[in-house]
Ligand binder design. Structure first.
Ligand SMILES: [Zn+2]
Length: 126
């Protein structure tokens, strides 16, 4: 399975709880951040655990996108994703045009199989 961005997320079987976003957990101060990082941004500790996060999230601000891009036919939506673990990111949303999106809506991480055979991710409204 070829991923659109291997550093950003896990598919099934790659980590406990996958699929989801790639994160790092600091066992010293309990900070959780996106991506695999070399040191904790809060305390500098370097023995971080790689964890799968963001399976559940809530929607922050969102916007309708009117220009098609690689793998996404306009119109589609993009939103600020507030993961249950804390880190924020942006991701496309799996909603039909005309859907009323509200801040605080619960979201679920989903793999997104593209026409070119690669797999990315998207957040679905529950
Ligand atoms: Zn730390």
């Amino acid at each position: 399975m070829q991923k659109t961005n291997p550093s950003l997320f896990f598919v099934e079987g790659e980590a406990p709880g996958a699929p989801g976003l790639k994160g790092s957990h600091c066992p010293q101060c309990r900070q959780i951040v996106l991506l695999e990082v070399a040191a904790c941004p809060q305390c500098g500790y370097r023995e971080l655990d790689t964890v799968c996060i963001g399976q559940k999230a809530t929607l922050g601000e969102s916007s309708e996108v009117l220009h098609s891009t690689e793998g996404f036919e306009a119109p589609y939506y993009i939103g600020q994703i507030e993961t249950a673990e804390g880190p924020h990111t942006f991701a496309p949303l799996d909603v039909k045009p005309g859907t009323q999106l509200c801040v605080g809506m619960p979201l679920t991480f989903k793999l997104h199989h593209r026409a070119d055979g690669r797999v990315g991710f998207i957040y679905a409204v529950e």
